[in-house]
Design a protein around this ligand. Structure first.
Ligand SMILES: [Zn+2]
Length: 338
């Protein structure tokens, strides 16, 4: 059974009209969760009760500077404000972000207590672009990074698999020299935020624990799966993680307005099956919603992902194959001696 979080009422993070990262994304997600063949695989809300907690300021400071956290908390008193060209904060954004981040931490605690086989945290704003002291790319708090550091503090080894179409620059920066966290990203390149080149591989005791697989525009699911299986998988297996956290953006879908990849919801089904096979044990894998801006594609991709986690067969679209990317995959394999 899947431990899933999606709370529409707690989402009070406002953005200007027309902004792609808005509340409608969570409504699409909740439609996916409500689909009968998905809903029957989710742990009942009554069983979880009020276990979903808000993150504390100390939790946020596991990866963010205290001055940044203070500045975000003070922003809550003002009106809608722009923090960078595409990132906004509204009066209740900080409170919303605390719940979004806390849901990941609650999922860890609940799974560790034996409740659930997988976790799926559907929240906004997303997180993987958020840097230690800077909001960017729609992200205020780096949710997956706070969760990973929360585990690393308990001496757990964590592999973060980031298949959002954009590179998770914030996550990479946070764990650049952390030997407890492996960061793997497959993303479209060149594309915002223009980081995540193949030769960026970590430093110090964490040299080799950042794995970037940049793929060209128009890449299909076949190439993404190939990159994950042939480059990411050997690194993840060698790392022997206790936990796998997935920065699960769905914006590599072919319908997404912010990128130019060619994936389908069927590909997300296969990618989810792949990551599930790497799980060190039951209840040690959590998916964190990152991007995904075409509402229909987001709904279908989440349905496919959750179906794959529950041994279902819901593939709203067939997987995609062919296309560019072989040259880039070969170049990456050379870097990793594969
Ligand atoms: Zn993205």
């Amino acid at each position: 059974m899947i431990l899933a979080y999606c709370d529409l009422e707690r989402d009070k993070h406002l953005v200007p009209p027309g902004h792609p990262e808005d509340h409608k994304r969570l409504e699409a997600l909740s439609r996916a969760l409500a689909r009968p063949e998905i809903a029957e695989c989710l742990i009942d809300r009554d069983t979880i009760g009020d276990s979903w907690r808000k993150a504390s300021l100390e939790d946020l400071e596991l990866v963010h500077t205290s001055s940044y956290v203070t500045s975000l908390s003070k922003s809550s008193a003002s009106t809608l404000r722009r923090l960078d060209p595409d990132t906004y904060i509204s009066p209740e954004s900080f409170e919303t972000a605390l719940y979004a981040c806390g849901a990941g931490l609650s999922a860890i605690d609940l799974l560790e207590s034996g409740l659930g086989t997988f976790g799926f945290v559907g929240m906004r704003p997303p997180g993987h672009h958020a840097r230690p002291s800077q909001a960017m790319g729609f992200c205020l708090i780096n949710n997956v990074a706070v969760a990973a550091r929360y585990l690393a503090k308990k001496r757990r080894r964590v592999a973060i698999v980031d298949w959002d179409v954009h590179h998770g620059n914030g996550t990479q920066e946070i764990f650049w020299d952390d030997p407890f966290v492996l960061y793997v990203s497959v993303h479209q390149s060149p594309l915002y935020p223009f980081t995540g080149l193949a030769h960026e591989t970590g430093s110090g005791q964490a040299t080799g624990l950042t794995v970037n697989i940049p793929l060209p525009a128009q890449s299909t699911g076949q190439r993404v799966r190939q990159a994950l299986e042939e480059i990411a998988q050997p690194q993840i297996e060698a790392f022997h993680p206790d936990w796998i956290l997935v920065s699960s953006g769905f914006d590599a879908h072919r319908s997404d307005p912010l990128a130019s990849m060619c994936l389908t919801s069927g590909d997300y089904f296969d990618m989810t099956r792949w990551v599930a096979t790497l799980a060190p044990q039951s209840g040690r894998t959590i998916f964190f919603l990152e991007g995904g801006y075409d509402l229909h594609a987001l709904q279908q991709s989440v349905e496919a992902c959750l179906s794959a986690l529950s041994e279902g067969s819901l593939r709203p679209e067939p997987p995609s194959s062919g296309g560019p990317g072989l040259v880039e995959i070969t170049r990456c394999k050379e870097i990793w001696g594969l």
